[in-house]
Design a protein around this ligand. Structure first.
Ligand code: G3H
Ligand code: ZN
Length: 281
C-alpha cells in the first residue's frame, strides 16, 4: 500500500537501518521494483526523477499515475518520491500527483545560493505537507551536469552540513562521501569516517546518491555508519537492458515488446530483491 516517505524514514532511523529508493523510468520498472520489494519483505521508495519526467515529454502525470497504482496495489509498503527536482514548477505538481516527498536539487550551486533556494523550496514544501530532501556537496555524474561542481575528492563538510540543515529546514540531506551517479562498475570507495561524522553532526537522515557504483559491503558499512536512504538507479537499468538485449540478440524476428519487457521487468525485480537483502544490515 501507499505510505508516506517520512514514515519509512522514521522507521529506518528508529531501527538504525535504511530504506532503499529505486528510480522508475517505465511502468515495468515500477512493477519490477514493487515485486522485488514484496519478495524481500521490505518497504521501498519508488522515485521519479526530473530527467524521467523530461523523457515522458515533460509530463509528470502518466508515470506518476503508474507508480501510484503499483504502490497502492502492492502487498508491501511503498512510498512515492520526486527526485532531483531543479524546477519549482515541477515541485509544485508533486502533491497533486500523490508524492509524499521530493528532493530539491540545488547541489551544484555555491553554498549561499543553495541555502537560499533550498530554504524557499522547503518552506513551500512544508506548507504542502511534503517531506523535502536536499543536497550539499555535489554528487557528480549526472548527464548534462556542470563538470566543475564535483571534482574528484569533493566531500560534504560536517560543520557546513549542520549549518545548512539548520538554515534550510530540510527533512533529509544527500551528501557527497565518495559515490558518483551512473557508475556501471561497482568500484566506489566511500569515506566511512566522514559518514559517521556527518551522521553525528546532522540531525536529519542522510541520503546516499549514486549507490549503483558502491560494492555490497561498502553499502552495508554506509548504513551501519548512518546512511538512512539509499538511492539506486543505474543498477536496475543494467539489469533491465541486459535482459532485453539477451532476448533481442537471440531472435532478429521478434516483434512483441512483451517478449523482452517481461524478462527486463523480471531482472529488475531480482536485482531489487538482492539489493534489499544486502541492505538489511
Ligand atoms: O537519485 C538517484 C540516485 O542517486 C541513483 O544513482 O543511478 O548511480 O544508482 P545511480
Ligand atoms: Zn541522485
Amino acid at each position: 500500500s501507499l505510505v508516506p516517505t517520512g514514515e519509512l524514514l522514521s522507521r529506518a532511523a528508529a531501527g538504525s537501518g535504511c530504506v532503499a529508493a529505486f528510480n522508475v523510468i517505465t511502468l515495468e520498472h515500477a512493477e519490477g521494483i514493487a515485486e522485488g520489494a514484496e519478495a524481500a519483505g521490505r518497504p521501498v521508495i519508488l522515485q521519479i526523477s526530473e530527467n524521467a519526467v523530461r523523457y515522458h515529454g515533460g509530463r509528470l502525470g502518466p508515470l506518476a499515475a503508474a507508480a501510484r497504482s503499483v504502490a497502492a496495489s502492492s502487498r508491501g509498503d511503498v512510498a512515492l518520491h520526486l527526485d532531483h527536482v531543479t524546477e519549482m514548477d515541477l515541485l509544485r505538481q508533486a502533491t497533486e500527483h500523490g508524492f509524499s516527498s521530493a528532493m530539491f536539487d540545488a547541489g551544484a550551486l555555491p553554498f549561499t545560493e543553495n541555502v537560499d533556494a533550498t530554504a524557499a523550496a522547503a518552506r513551500w514544501a512544508h506548507g504542502e505537507g511534503l517531506w523535502l530532501e536536499a543536497e550539499l556537496g555535489y554528487v557528480g555524474g549526472k548527464p548534462g551536469a556542470p563538470a566543475s561542481a564535483h571534482a574528484a575528492g569533493v566531500r560534504t563538510d560536517p560543520v557546513e552540513a549542520a549549518d545548512y540543515v539548520r538554515r534550510t529546514g530540510v527533512d533529509a540531506l544527500a551528501v557527497a562521501v565518495g559515490s558518483s551517479h551512473a557508475m556501471t562498475e561497482r568500484s566506489a570507495a566511500l569515506d566511512h569516517g566522514l559518514v559517521r561524522r556527518l551522521a553525528e553532526a546532522v540531525p536529519v537522515p542522510l541520503v546516499l546518491h549514486g549507490s549503483s557504483g558502491v560494492p555490497d559491503e561498502e553499502l552495508r558499512e554506509a548504513v551501519r555508519s548512518g546512511m538512512r536512504k539509499i538511492n539506486i538507479g543505474t543498477a536496475l537499468n543494467i539489469a533491465f537492458t541486459g535482459a532485453a538485449r539477451r532476448v533481442l540478440d537471440g531472435d532478429a524476428t521478434l516483434t512483441d515488446p512483451r517478449k523482452y519487457l517481461a524478462p527486463a521487468r523480471e531482472a529488475v525485480s531480482a536485482t531489487v530483491r538482492d539489493l534489499l537483502a544486502v541492505l538489511a544490515v
